[in-house]
Write a protein that binds this ligand. Structure first.
Ligand SMILES: [Zn+2]
Length: 139
């Protein structure tokens, strides 16, 4: 794959430097059967340094995971050598099954089949609380 040009695929841009690998793992990109390129520490006028991920295929992205890891990411969709779509991710209001509640008395610790749901309670602080017991997410 020529990493500068993708015919059909996705470019995840403006990733905070050093977070590319975390996103690669969270999105399970190693399980794809197409080329995936991670560029780390690319020069950026806006950010100084940034990471970029290029995926040589149009896949369904989990924008909640992306927004949760880094809400400043830009997604570019490429079709036939042209960028046909560009959008920003956001800090999701609710995240499911991404993090686990640490409270041993939480119902999700007892009833394993329950979904792990966290709700955004403070956008500035990026604070999430368990939907069931309101325990704050630990960093
Ligand atoms: Zn809980």
């Amino acid at each position: 794959m020529n990493i500068d040009s993708i015919r059909n695929g996705i470019v995840i841009d403006h990733i905070q430097a050093k977070k590319g690998m975390e996103i690669y793992k969270a999105l399970k990109l190693s399980e794809l059967d197409c080329s995936v390129a991670i560029i780390t520490n690319a020069k950026s006028k806006k950010m100084g340094r940034k990471d970029i991920i290029k995926i040589d295929k149009n896949i369904d992205l989990d924008v909640d995971i992306l927004g949760y890891i880094d809400p400043n990411i830009t997604i570019n969709i490429i079709n036939n050598d042209e960028r046909t779509e560009k959008y920003h991710v956001e800090l999701p209001k609710e995240i499911k099954n991404i993090i686990k509640c640490k409270n041993p008395r939480c119902i999700t610790s007892v009833e394993k089949e329950l979904q792990q749901v966290f709700v955004l309670t403070d956008k500035e602080k990026k604070a999430y609380r368990c939907k069931y017991c309101e325990t704050l997410k630990e960093d």
